[in-house]
Design a protein around this ligand. Structure first.
Ligand SMILES: [Cu+2]
Length: 466
């Protein structure tokens, strides 16, 4: 099993590889044998690559020869790991008969959207979709009822940080854009990955080869009943009526399989004009040989297997156009004022009111993880509705991500986007992405450090022709 990063400082080219049994039909992810090798691959000629360190079942050795010598001398305590699994369940095959077929969604009068090339058109929404070979799913030119809402909505990066007591697990920080979130997209299985009646599209790409490749059914688009009303009211008081609307959403989905784990990426278009971005992590966990204080670093999932502790984070970019290209960032919240009761001044009351604040600089509009942020945050235009309120688009964050790495880590700047729940920056042609494919293999001198984008420039009202 390949791991990253590949060393401890800029310029290093040395990777820890974990060895696993490859069990037919169930992969190798849960079957570590306890042997890990640090391979120095700095030389351009693979013939000169060397093994710099060996780890076997809890102990480090200078070389395979040293491990062999100590084994021959009876100094190595070997735990025999069977090659057919070690208790626990590790196959994704169902252990029980499937039973009756599950419910299906149908569209009685055919789909209510069409896909023309890479453009999706429904009665409410139009947009173009695609995959960045490295950055993954992206949507451009999103229009709601004909009006542009966003020029770009795209995944930028995914990050997984691990802990453990074996070298490859305690070292692992996967900055997945460097491997290729689009490149490692997997074909979608009808009826499992997306509804049976979804529209499936292939993706063609040219990467690391002279010949184009195709990922069959790399995208799906479908409409889904949310099983909840978008709105409803039933009146039995004074007048008798019911008004309601079933909520159906339009979904574009793709899945990236990054070795053992799979990210399901959804862009969800709601009938009220909201766009939702979400991802789910599934697939296999990563694992390591279980020894010593392993359970400080995860859970035991097999007789000799530790499921290693880790985090998942992802970063998205949205280039919003709320009512035109000139936008302002407003923070709104609520506050209580202590006031005397107008009709009875000897009493006091806590009166709830609206607070509003214009956020003018990139610093003011950057919200660190764990800090307080306003309950309502929106991009507003200089157009008003008929009551004089500025037209705008709310940004709502629902995330329980933690800090990816402490700031004093030598590689934290390679994913410094992880410091923020949300950051609004001036749009620039020179800042197309919050990350770089080169950050994976040299995180110590990152090609792109997102915090550089936050340098006290204004985010108020101007539009930036690039
Ligand atoms: Cu995970």
């Amino acid at each position: 099993m390949n791991t990253a990063p590949r060393g401890l400082q800029s310029g290093d080219r040395a990777t820890w590889f974990g060895l696993y049994y490859n069990i037919s039909g169930a992969g190798f992810f849960l079957h570590p044998v306890g042997l890990e090798l640090l391979v120095d691959h700095k030389a351009l000629d693979p013939a000169h690559w060397t093994i710099r360190k060996v780890f076997f079942q809890g102990r480090y050795y200078e070389s395979l020869a040293q491990l062999e010598d100590q084994f021959e001398a009876g100094l190595v305590n070997v735990v025999l790991v069977p090659d057919n699994g070690t208790g626990g369940s590790w196959s994704l095959k169902s252990q029980v008969p499937p039973g009756p077929a599950p419910p299906l969604q149908v569209h009685p009068e055919g789909p209510r959207f069409s896909v023309q090339g890479n453009r999706v058109v429904s009665s409410l929404w139009t947009f173009s979709f695609g995959l960045g070979a490295f950055s993954g799913p992206r949507i451009f030119d999103i229009r709601f009822q004909g009006e542009r809402i966003a020029y770009e909505l795209s995944l930028q990066e995914a990050l997984a940080v691990y802990g453990g007591n074996s070298p490859s697990s305690l070292r692992s920080r996967y900055i997945d854009g460097g491997f290729g979130l689009g490149h490692f997209s997997s074909p979608l299985t009808h009826g499992v990955d997306c509804p049976y009646l979804a529209t499936y599209m292939d993706w063609h790409f040219l990467l690391e080869s002279q010949d184009p490749k195709t990922i069959h059914d790399a995208f799906c688009v479908f409409e889904q009943n949310q099983g909840l009303p978008l709105r409803r009211h039933h009146s039995d008081i004074h007048s008798h009526y019911f008004g309601g609307l079933a909520e159906t959403v339009l979904v574009v989905r793709s899945v990236s399989t990054m070795l053992n784990y799979d990210y399901v990426w959804d862009m969800v278009f709601h009938p009220n004009g909201a766009i939702e971005v979400k991802f789910h992590a599934t697939g296999y966990i990563s694992s390591a040989f279980l020894f010593g204080a392993a359970r400080r670093y995860g859970n035991q999932v097999g007789e000799h297997t530790l499921g290693t502790i880790h985090t998942h984070s992802a970063h998205f970019k949205v280039d919003l156009d709320a009512g035109g290209l000139e936008n302002w960032v407003w923070a709104e919240d609520m506050a209580f004022d202590l006031t005397s009761v107008p009709w009875s001044p000897e009493h006091q009351i806590q009166r709830l009111r609206v607070t509003q604040k214009l956020l003018e600089t990139e610093e003011q509009a950057a919200f660190p993880l764990g800090g307080t942020h306003p309950r309502y945050l929106y991009l507003a235009s200089n157009h008003s509705n008929k009551w004089g309120h500025p037209r705008g688009y709310r940004i709502q964050m629902l995330s329980f991500a933690g800090e990816p790495l402490p700031r004093n880590s030598s590689m934290e700047r390679a994913f410094s986007w992880g410091r923020y729940q949300l950051a609004v920056t001036q749009r620039k042609e020179g800042e197309p992405s919050s990350t770089s494919i080169y950050n994976l293999n040299d995180p110590w001198t990152p090609t792109v450090d997102f915090t550089d984008f936050i340098n006290n420039e204004t985010v108020a009202g101007t539009w930036w022709p690039g």
